[in-house]
Design a protein around this ligand. Structure first.
Ligand code: HEM
Length: 181
């Protein structure tokens, strides 16, 4: 069993950076599809670019996990709660990877490249196809809403640990700030 009480700073920074980016991207995505106003083009450009940043962050997070020690869950949790916590984690990683990749493939199926911050384009990985575009557009929306649902579950569980059980789970992902003397 792990001896550490808290996640290392690298894992906390990656966690909170991904959280802010993903939640903002969910809102940008939903606003984007409601409007064809002039800001739509800029929003889409930023949406693609930050989506690729999210993909990179997930890869870095997974690599980081190989080298860090993570705190164990409280021993008084039931086997079912342990399973639910692990299953939610795995599901979140899968969705965080599938979402940007489906966006990337969707752009290619529409015959367009993914442009990252106007600086470079990602390789085209599938050829243009209206059928594939329709499928991937639908899949991107379903994955995004599924991720949103899992994030709501994840936040509810974190709050239950922090406010009701008041155990070590929530503080293990928070930054500790020392007060000045
Ligand atoms: C963390 C990553 C991402 C999140 C959270 C996200 C979220 C969303 C959401 C919520 C929608 C609206 C879906 C709906 O309700 O039907 C959307 C649409 C869209 N996303 Fe993403 N997305 C991400 C990454 C990407 C990437 C990497 C690309 C392209 C490279 C992309 C391209 C698009 C496009 C083209 C649309 C449709 C826009 C429109 O029809 O106006 N997304 N996204």
């Amino acid at each position: 069993m792990s001896q550490v009480k808290s996640f290392p700073t690298s894992a906390k920074v990656l966690h909170w950076l991904s959280a802010v980016l993903i939640i903002s991207m969910l809102f940008v995505g939903v606003s984007m599809i409601q409007s064809l106003a002039t800001w739509h083009k800029t929003a889409l450009q930023l949406h693609q670019s930050f989506g690729i940043v999210v993909l990179l962050l997930v890869v870095v997070r997974l690599l980081n996990r190989l080298f860090i020690q993570t705190p164990a869950l409280p021993s008084d949790l039931s086997a079912m709660q342990h399973f639910a916590a692990k299953a939610t984690q795995v599901l979140m990683y899968l969705l965080m990877i599938a979402l940007p990749i489906s966006g990337w493939l969707m752009r290619n199926a529409a015959g367009l490249p993914v442009n990252v911050f106007g600086a470079f384009e990602l390789p085209i990985v599938i050829s243009q196809s209206l059928t594939a575009y329709g499928f991937l557009r639908e899949a991107h929306g379903i994955i995004a809403w599924s991720l949103f649902a899992v994030i709501v579950l994840h936040i509810s569980a974190a709050l239950q640990h922090g406010l009701i059980r008041q155990d070590s789970v929530l503080p293990s992902m928070l930054f500790k700030f020392r007060s000045r003397k």
